[in-house]
Design a protein around this ligand. Structure first.
Ligand SMILES: [Zn+2]
Length: 453
């Protein structure tokens, strides 16, 4: 018999959801920032520095949010439960008022929520002004983040925020100069990475879109943008190009496998074909699409796109009445309302490998040898997980954000026994309250007051 091999961490006696299968009485071995072994039964081949008894709980790849405006996180308590007539007003004023310190507190609060809900990574949605502060906010809690230069746009038009934020000039020279600002982060394999983004296709010239695609292809990183949010957006784009926007962009070489478009709520049959053929990836916002009533105006094509093998991640976008981890449930129910099915297997893929694709990581999102050690272990003693039944259904639809016991990102522990390891949630809460108050005042927004019942 060969001598046991050394590893840093062994989690045994867990229900391991690998992404391909479920291993009962399973185990995972981690060395450094990578998974070095996966199996079920006795893990006799491993001599671990630390052994954790999973007590039968679910162990799964860390979730990745594919599109989140970190700087708007503290707006959650202020935004109305029903969109008002001018939903852009508070966003523009808030973004204009943000200081680097506000951005740090906002990002740290978002990261804390995400970590405790089973997430290990967040894609910032191209609206971080002080990207160093944002990176510090997220990586300080221990999660991964990828960032891009903020508010890249050069075409005043249908995008309502364009030209309304003084420090985000609507200008081609500015856009072309700053598109690749965050790529320097990829020189080392740290928790904070960089990608390329322009804000949206409606607010970008084809010159900016082409340069963004070129830069992303050259650097091997994702290229993100907002697209096809409402039927009116899709119609404006169709008028601009004289044909469906996605079809035009595919034929003009403006989109390809590097492209990650967010929203995509309104797609024609020809656009669905173009998405599949280009090999691009998408970020789905089922809660946002429902919040703005878009599902009543356009049939979502996401269930079909998922069946056809398009890589899709979930995007929390701006947390209004939902948070990280709620979107599987939101997708399932909103699609059921339309007579469509999205299976727990598909939801898991969206939370894990789909999010990792949006982040630009192909070696993240599964429990397998060689993958990054971004791992979440859930408690087995939650009533929601009883009886055991279908582990994937429990995980994606019933447990959702609940029951995160331990969590690791790049092999480093970020949650232990349900509490943050690298940050103090009470301190985060105090800073979040003070920061939101200051921001609301400067942005001339009212903090909500509810009368006592
Ligand atoms: Zn967005």
């Amino acid at each position: 018999m060969t001598a046991p091999e050394g590893c840093d961490l062994l989690i045994r006696n867990a229900t391991v959801v690998t992404g391909e299968t479920v291993l009962h009485d399973g185990w995972v071995a981690v060395r450094g920032d990578r998974i070095v072994g996966v199996g079920s039964g006795e893990a006799a081949a491993w001599q671990a520095e630390r052994v954790i008894d999973g007590e039968g709980g679910l162990l799964h790849p860390g979730y990745v949010d594919g599109h989140y405006h970190l700087g708007l996180h503290l707006l959650r308590g202020i935004l109305p439960d029903v969109p008002d007539d001018q939903p852009i007003g508070p966003f523009g004023r808030w973004l204009s008022a943000l200081t680097p310190e506000d951005e740090l507190v906002s990002a740290r609060t978002a990261a804390a929520e995400a970590a405790l809900a089973g997430f290990t990574g967040i894609v910032e949605a191209g609206s971080a002004f002080d990207t160093d502060a944002m990176a510090e906010g997220v990586t300080g809690v221990g999660l991964r983040v990828t960032l891009a230069a903020p508010m890249i746009w050069d075409r005043p038009g249908p995008e309502p925020l364009t030209g309304k934020i003084d420090r985000a000039p609507c200008d081609s020279d500015h856009a072309l100069r700053h598109l690749g600002d965050e790529l320097h982060r990829n020189a080392e394999d740290g928790l904070a990475r960089g990608h390329v983004a322009y804000y949206g296709t409606g607010s970008s010239s084809e010159e900016v879109m082409a340069e963004a695609a070129r830069l992303a292809r050259e650097a091997g990183v994702p290229m993100h943008a907002h697209q096809n949010f409402t039927p009116a957006d899709a119609a404006a784009e169709k008028e601009r190009y004289g044909r469906d926007a996605i079809v035009h962009m595919a034929e003009a070489g403006l989109i390809g496998p590097e492209t990650v478009f967010t929203h995509m709520n309104v797609l024609s049959d020809a656009e669905v074909e173009a998405v599949v053929e280009t090999g691009m990836a998408l970020v789905w916002h089922p809660a946002n699409a429902a919040y703005y009533g878009i599902l009543a105006q356009a049939r979502s094509r996401f269930p079909e796109l998922a069946r056809r093998g398009v890589d899709i991640g979930f995007g929390t976008d701006v947390a209004k009445t939902w948070g990280f981890g709620d979107l599987g449930f939101a997708a399932f129910l909103t699609m059921r309302a339309a007579g469509e099915d999205v299976s727990p297997e598909t939801l898991l893929k969206i939370f894990t490998t789909g999010g990792a694709r949006a982040m630009g990581l192909s070696d993240t999102g599964r429990i397998a040898v060689g993958q990054r050690a971004d791992i979440v272990l859930r408690r087995a003693d939650l009533p929601e997980a009883m009886p055991e039944g279908d582990p994937l259904k429990h995980l994606t639809l019933t447990l959702r954000t609940k029951g995160v016991r331990h969590s690791f990102c790049a092999g480093r522990q970020i949650v232990e026994d349900g509490a943050l390891v690298r940050a103090d949630v009470k301190e985060i809460g105090a800073a979040a309250r003070a920061t939101a108050r200051g921001l609301a005042e400067r942005a001339d927004l009212k903090l909500p007051e509810r009368a006592a019942p």
